[in-house]
Design a protein around this ligand. Structure first.
Ligand SMILES: [Zn+2]
Length: 403
C-alpha cells in the first residue's frame, strides 16, 4: 500500500482535539482512530501493539539485525479545532501544473498566496474541498510511518534494529508528550514525523515563557482626580510601551526572539496584560525575562510599591541543548535523506514541539518532515510523491549502517 492511500483513509476520522477538555484524549473520537490504527498494526504483523488508557498507541517492528539502536518513530493523531475538521472530502489533482487550483467550494488554492505549493508541480497533489482541513498534520506522518513498517515487515532481508512506533493524542493542544510512556517505549532516540518540506530536520525550537502583568490603580471621580488618580489602564500601557517595539512577532524572524502581547483588559481601577516571551538563545531568553521584570520594578518605584505585579512562568525549552550531545541522531537523519537523493536542511522552529518535551524527558527527538503544506487551514495539501519519499526516507533511517 502507498502512504497516501492510508492518509485518505485516516482523513475520514474526525480527530480534532479540544483544549477546554480535561480528559485524555481530550476528545473521545481520537480513540476511534487509535483503535483503528492498533487493529491495522496487528493485522500488518507488528508486535506488542497496544492502546493505553490515555489513548496513546504503541507497537513495534522487531529487529532483523543485532547491535543496532532501537529507533522510535512518533506522530500525532489529533488535528486542530480552529478550522472545520469534518467531513474531509479530499481530492487528488493529478500531475499538478503548478498553477492555482480551484477547490470544490469555489475558492482557489493559489501559489501566489501559498508559494510552497508551486514546488509540487508535476506531482499528484492531494487537496481538500475548501471547507475543512485535510489532517495531513499529522495523519501524513502516521501514514508514512506505518507504510515504512509495512515495507520492513514484508522484507526481512532489510537489516534494522527494533523500530518502536508511538502515536499520540492531543499534540495540537500541547499535551502530546504529557503521558508518553518513555520507559515503556524503550527507544534509544526517536523522531517525530510532523514537519514540513521533505528534507527538513528540526532540532531547535524556542525557549518559551508566559508573562503576566497586573496593575492596581486608584479610581477617583475624574472631576476631582487631580494628583490623586492612578489610572491602571494607562500604567499598563506605559509598561507595554517600555518593551522594545521592534521585538514582536510581526517584526522578527529566524533566530530573533520577541515579546508578544496576546491579551489586555483594564480600566482605571485594574488592568491586566498577558505576554508570551520567546527566544532560541538561552542567555537572551533569560535577559528578556529579566528585562520584563525590571520594567515592573521601575514602575513600582515610580507609582508606589504594589502598583504593579509581574509574574513570569517558564514553558518549554529549546531542545538544542539536549540534542547537542547526541548530534549523531541528527546526522543519521541527514544520511537517510541523502540516501533517497534529498539534500537535508535544518531551520529553527519558531514555536515548540512535542519532540522538545520528549527530549527534555530523556528521549532525544528531533522532528522530520511529513511533506505537508499549509497546516492548520482549509488550504492544507500534500503531494503523493512526497509521502512516498518520506516513507523511503524512514526505511533508510532505520536500516542504513549506523556509523
Ligand atoms: Zn502536527
Amino acid at each position: 500500500m502507498r502512504a497516501y492511500e492510508r492518509l485518505l483513509r485516516y482523513a475520514q476520522f474526525d480527530t480534532a482535539s479540544d483544549e477546554h477538555s480535561p480528559t485524555c484524549p481530550s476528545t473521545a473520537k481520537q480513540r476511534v482512530l487509535a483503535d483503528a490504527l492498533a487493529g491495522e498494526m496487528r493485522a500488518m504483523g507488528m508486535a506488542d501493539v497496544r492502546v493505553d488508557e490515555n489513548g496513546y498507541v504503541y507497537g513495534c517492528v522487531p529487529a532483523t539485525a543485532e547491535g543496532r539502536p532501537t529507533i522510535g518513530l512518533i506522530a500525532h493523531m489529533d488535528t486542530v479545532d480552529c478550522v472545520p475538521s469534518a467531513p474531509v472530502r479530499a481530492r487528488i489533482v493529478e500531475n499538478y501544473d503548478g498553477g492555482a487550483v480551484r477547490l470544490d467550494n469555489g475558492e482557489w488554492l493559489d501559489p501566489k498566496v501559498f508559494p510552497d505549493v508551486a514546488a509540487a508541480k508535476g506531482k499528484d497533489l492531494i487537496v481538500t474541498d475548501g471547507n475543512t482541513l485535510l489532517g495531513a498534520d499529522d495523519k501524513a506522518g502516521i501514514a508514512e510511518i506505518l507504510t515504512a513498517c509495512e515495507r520492513l515487515l514484508a522484507d526481512p532481508a532489510i537489516p534494522h534494529g527494533k523500530v518502536m512506533v508511538g502515536f499520540t493524542p492531543d499534540e495540537e493542544i500541547g499535551r502530546g508528550a504529557d503521558r508518553f510512556d518513555i520507559s515503556g517505549f524503550g527507544a534509544d532516540f526517536a523522531y517525530t514525523v510532523d514537519g514540513g518540506a521533505v528534507g527538513s530536520i528540526e532540532y531547535e525550537n524556542f525557549n518559551a515563557a508566559d508573562g503576566f502583568v497586573a496593575v492596581h490603580g486608584l479610581s477617583v471621580h475624574p472631576g476631582s482626580a487631580k494628583n490623586r488618580m492612578r489610572n491602571a489602564a494607562l500604567v499598563a500601557m506605559e509598561f507595554a510601551g517600555m518593551l522594545p517595539p521592534a521585538e514582536t512577532p510581526e517584526h522578527t524572524e529566524g533566530y530573533e526572539g520577541f515579546f508578544h502581547l496576546c491579551g489586555m483588559q483594564g480600566n482605571e481601577d485594574f488592568a491586566r496584560l498577558q505576554y508570551i516571551i520567546r527566544d532560541h538563545d538561552r542567555a537572551k531568553f533569560e535577559a528578556r525575562k529579566a528585562a520584563f521584570e525590571r520594567i515592573g520594578a521601575y514602575l513600582n518605584d515610580k507609582y508606589g510599591a504594589g502598583t504593579i505585579e509581574v509574574r513570569v512562568q517558564d514553558g518549554y525549552a529549546n531542545m538544542r541543548e539536549v540534542i547537542e550531545p547526541h548530534m549523531n541522531v541528527v546526522r543519521l537523519a541527514e544520511r537517510a535523506y541523502r540516501a533517497i537523493g534529498v539534500e537535508p536542511f535544518s531551520e529553527a522552529i519558531r514555536g515548540g514541539t512535542d519532540g522538545a518535551r520528549l527530549s527534555y524527558m530523556g528521549l532525544p527527538c528531533p522532528n522530520l518532515a511529513s511533506g505537508g503544506m499549509n497546516y492548520h487551514g482549509r488550504f492544507e495539501c500534500i503531494a503523493v510523491q512526497d509521502m512516498d519519499a518520506m516513507t523511503d526516507m524512514l526505511v533508510q533511517l532505520v536500516s542504513i549502517d549506523p556509523e
